[in-house]
Design a protein around this ligand. Structure first.
Ligand code: GLN
Length: 180
């Protein structure tokens, strides 16, 4: 069972990809929805709004605890921001929001991700990048010099939207990570 934080943002496209891989998605809105999950996805959206929802529903503590226990997690775009030092504090990264600026409000790129083979089609929408990271963070892909895909233990975070390009390989990777 794969939980997808569904307070706000693009959770449905993730659910479709999870189903297409033969796993079952569950929308997460309250702490009880986190019970019995094998993996968790934090989707894109608006990190300020998502933060308010997470606080309102009392989800911050249980989300942190699950990630700390080694649950496989995938954060995309605003989901990456939610995982950083200034939000849930799951990843040892600092993100810069809307980092590509006005000119590059939205763009698409083919990215080579370490370990994933063929380049991956990535859709960036008002995307962040990783401005700073600690030594445990592995950078999987960059745009220019800026990390846009990273991994720390069982937590994957990407600045773009693989789900909007119908790209299943990151979700596949998530399902293959071993929880504890
Ligand atoms: N710009 C949004 C934020 O700062 C993220 C955009 C997205 O998730 N596509 O939260």
């Amino acid at each position: 069972m794969v939980g997808i934080l569904a307070l706000q943002g693009g959770f449905e496209a993730h659910a479709r990809i999870i189903r297409s891989l033969g796993a079952e998605p569950r929308e997460v809105r309250v702490p009880a929805d986190l019970e019995g999950l094998d993996a968790l996805i934090l989707p894109g959206g608006e990190s300020t709004v998502m933060t308010l929802g997470v606080e309102r529903e009392g989800l911050a503590e249980p989300l942190r605890a699950l990630a700390g226990d080694g649950m496989p997690v995938l954060g995309t775009c605003a989901g990456m921001i939610m995982l950083d030092r200034d939000h849930l504090g799951v990843l040892d990264i600092r993100t810069s929001r809307n980092a590509f600026g006005r000119q590059l409000h939205s763009f698409e790129a083919d990215l080579e991700l370490d370990g994933l083979g063929e380049p991956l089609h990535a859709v960036f929408i008002r995307a962040p990048w990783v401005a700073e990271h600690g030594p445990e963070v592995e950078v999987l892909a960059r745009v220019g010099e800026h990390p846009v895909a990273i991994r720390q233990g069982n937590v994957l975070a990407v600045a773009f939207h693989p789900e909007l390009a119908g790209e299943p390989r990151l979700h596949e990777l998530l399902l293959g990570l071993n929880g504890s």
